[in-house]
Design a protein around this ligand. Structure first.
Ligand code: BGC
Length: 749
């Protein structure tokens, strides 16, 4: 049982090498085992084996939590595998908890050595029980993984003679062990190489045809001592050479040293984000592509959404969005899976959450991560920081649209899955965040000042700016209102008394309008507020501070911060800004998810489609036209001339802009839940001839909803499937409305 086990560690400093903890065990003679389970956790990453066979389908366990407060353990049923004599052997490598983590390159963030805890519970048919748990009797061996880091890769030395290092020693780990909440991280697709070539610089490169996260598996028989060294890359540079500068300090290097025998080898404690590998060292002149496979790895989530339309570029965009999600839902929602970051950026997580919940069942995935959000939320004031689990050697900013994850994710999960219990669990997090905003800064009902990420990577403040032109104060105060409104809606669903929040919302909205809006338009000149809230890091990021921007107007429209009578003029202004910019957007992380909604909600679905079909930078299809297989971090991560937008902020697998799928699915195909968990749905498609047809469906908690429309000449035909027990409110573009129960329906107009 758990209480019998102690945390143990190696008797010597392992540095960045893995080690193996071993224990032999024989069930009591003359008794029959009824049930045997093994529970395991580690500070680091573990790989458990019983009698030589790997246990469970999960990899990279126990995943990433706020280690100081909780670490997950998994329980394996080993009844069938138990023999008369058994050897339990558990390898442990550094992982997130011990190795380098964060863009500040912080080593030993949580602990300076790996630790293991495990307990094997046996119940015999006579009712007696036995437990074999980690203690100082376990033996420790060195491990063929002589180096392992999340960012830097792994070295496997097959020539290493495995020796006993001694007995385990007690490790002083102070954290709570919790049964695994999240999904297993598992191996998914196995991709064969699509080509092999030598670059102009002479690099031997294999292309797997798909940017992804995971690792390469290599089947190899090479002379003893022969080395294989692999480097990874997402893209080639404009000359066709291998490009790794965007990984920043992350080496992503895999080394294999052969013992002369044939082995199938892949990393155990590390993962890479890549499409290409370079054979930096390889012992053969001929490259046998059959020996290489790229294995995609991510949290196991059931696919729920499907989409196919008549435009191949949009289909590729959808493909890129799916792979962006898969690559970045690896136990926590990360910003990107390859450079020295791979962090739980809260802004990125909230931006993409609704799309994520269309594509896959992400309830359990987010339940686990929101548990860490709750833990990391400031106990005294409710602040939520930019990265969770906190992983830097300095705290990230408390920023608008990032901290608002506290309200946005719980609400979107509730809309998608209708799980009241979960909403109730998240409700205190939501309230605390809004309480924090209420007490923040110089104005009671506005969020002024502070240190934000602004409209991150927007295009309207100059080519090289990381933040857009929209004023931080406007963004922050708009999100204050939005989050407060979500607390009211959540509270109403839960039957909580939310009078105070309703009143607060009214005041925040009024204050917003007074400070930022004049004659129904955002002001372009309001005072600049600088508040040194975080000593040392209080410099506001924005230098251009505008209200009349695509993002500014989008937020006002989408968050309902305008009067109904002001909508038409605001939407017309938004369209004007888009047209002035050559039918292109300028929005960044903050404005982009809502931009197309702001247009189609206000009568401009055609303009939304024009943006969707735009191929010039900035646009969703720009990256598609430039060969992307996942979403890019920056609209033009690769510029027209083939050069890179930047080296330090240029991921080719950043899902944030993939949030547009929420519009493609919810507006173009028209499927949206109107009651939590899709118990009631709206089907209000917005067909457009340029798309030809669109076939979208989602497996919801209440069955499968499908919307399919296609053009034949100028007539649009519709097919809708509504599951039994669900009410669908259909609105066709002509304005005709139908209330439908379960069944399949056809319309034409
Ligand atoms: C990340 C982003 C994140 C941002 C904060 C970046 O380094 O990759 O996606 O949200 O920092 O603005």
């Amino acid at each position: 049982m758990k209480k019998d086990a102690i945390w143990i560690t190696a008797p010597r400093d392992m540095g960045a090498a893995a080690c193996t903890f071993q224990k032999s065990f024989a069930p009591a003679k003359g008794k029959t085992v009824k049930k045997a389970t093994l529970s395991v956790s580690a500070i680091g990453i573990y790989a458990a084996h019983l009698n030589g066979a790997r246990l469970g389908k999960g990899v990279l366990a126990p995943g990433w939590t706020c280690y100081k407060d909780r670490v997950q353990y998994a329980t394996f049923d080993i009844t069938a595998q138990l023999q008369a004599k058994n050897t339990l052997s558990i390898g442990v490598g550094q992982g997130w908890a011990v190795g380098y983590i964060g863009y500040k390159n912080c080593n030993h963030f949580f602990a300076d050595h790996t630790s293991l805890i495990a307990w094997l519970d046996v119940t015999y048919t006579d009712g007696t029980k036995e437990c074999v748990a980690t203690d100082e009797s376990w033996e420790v061996y060195n491990n063929e993984v002589t180096f392992t880091e999340i960012y830097h890769g792994e070295t496997v030395d097959k020539t290493l003679s495995i020796k006993k290092l001694g007995h385990a020693v007690r490790s002083d780990v102070k954290t709570k062990l919790v049964a695994q909440v999240g999904e297993d991280i598992t191996e998914q697709e196995r991709l064969a190489p699509v080509s092999y070539f030598v670059t102009p610089a002479g690099e031997r490169v294999i292309d797997f045809g798909q940017n992804m996260v995971g690792y390469v598996e290599l089947t190899i028989k090479a002379p003893r001592g022969a080395r294989v060294v692999l480097h990874h890359a997402e893209v080639l540079d404009r000359d066709g050479n291998f490009y790794t500068a965007n990984y920043r300090t992350a080496r992503n290097e895999i080394t294999y040293i052969s013992d002369g025998e044939e082995h199938v080898f892949k990393p155990t404690y590390s993962f890479q984000g890549f499409r290409y590998i370079e054979l930096v060292e390889y012992p053969f002149d001929e490259v046998d592509l059959d020996a290489f496979r790229a294995i995609a790895v991510n949290s196991e989530m059931k696919r729920t959404g499907r989409y196919h339309c008549g435009n191949e570029k949009i289909n590729q965009l959808y493909h890129n969005i799916i792979w962006g999600q898969k690559s970045n839902y690896l136990d926590i929602p990360t910003d990107c899976p390859q450079r020295n970051e791979r962090l739980g950026w809260t802004g990125d997580a909230q931006v993409f959450c609704r799309t994520a919940a269309i594509n896959f069942d992400v309830e359990k995935f987010f339940e686990k991560w929101m548990g860490d959000v709750a833990i990391e939320q400031d106990k005294d004031n409710g602040a939520v920081r930019g990265v969770i689990p906190v992983a830097q050697n300095h705290p990230t900013r408390i920023a608008a649209a990032w901290g608002d994850v506290a309200c946005i994710v719980p609400w979107q999960l509730y809309e998608a899955y209708g799980n009241k219990k979960l909403l109730k669990k998240h409700f205190p997090i939501m309230k605390k965040w809004v309480d924090f905003l209420h007490g923040f800064g110089p104005a009671e009902y506005l969020w002024l000042g502070g240190y934000h990420y602004g409209d991150w990577l927007a295009m309207d403040a100059g080519e090289d700016s990381y933040v857009g032109a929209t004023a931080n104060d406007l963004i922050a105060s708009a999100f204050f209102a939005y989050s407060c409104g979500l607390v009211v809606r959540a509270g109403e669903e839960l039957g909580e008394d939310v009078c105070a929040y309703r009143e607060l919302y009214t005041k925040v909205r009024a204050a917003f309008r007074e400070y930022f809006v004049q004659d129904g338009m955002p002001k372009d000149d309001f005072p600049h507020t600088e508040v040194p809230l975080i000593p040392g890091v209080s410099t506001p990021v924005d230098t251009v501070r505008k209200g009349i921007t695509q993002t500014g107007i989008t937020l006002i429209l989408h968050f309902g911060l305008c009067e109904e009578s002001e909508r038409a003029a605001l939407a017309a202004k938004l369209v004007e800004l888009i047209r002035e910019n050559g039918n292109r957007m300028t929005t960044g992380f903050v404005g982009t998810p809502y931009l197309l909604h702001a247009l189609s909600d206000n009568g401009y679905a055609d303009v939304a489609y024009t943006l969707l079909f735009q191929e010039k930078n900035p646009s969703w299809l720009y990256s598609v036209c430039h060969g992307a297989t996942t979403m890019w971090e920056h609209w033009n991560s690769i510029k027209e001339d083939g050069s890179f937008w930047s080296t330090d902020m240029n991921s080719f697998n950043h899902y944030a802009y993939g949030a547009v799928f929420d519009w493609i699915f919810g507006v173009s195909s028209g499927i949206k839940p109107t009651a939590p968990g899709y118990k009631e749905v709206q089907i209000a498609p917005h067909p457009d001839k340029r798309l030809g047809f669109a076939d979208a469906s989602i497996d919801t908690r209440n069955g499968t909803v499908r919307s399919y429309w296609y053009y034949k000449d100028d007539v649009v035909y519709y097919e809708f499937d509504v599951p039994a027990g669900v009410t669908a409110y259909v609105t066709l573009p002509s304005g005709k409305k139908y209330t439908l129960g379960g069944g399949s329906y056809r319309f034409a107009e």
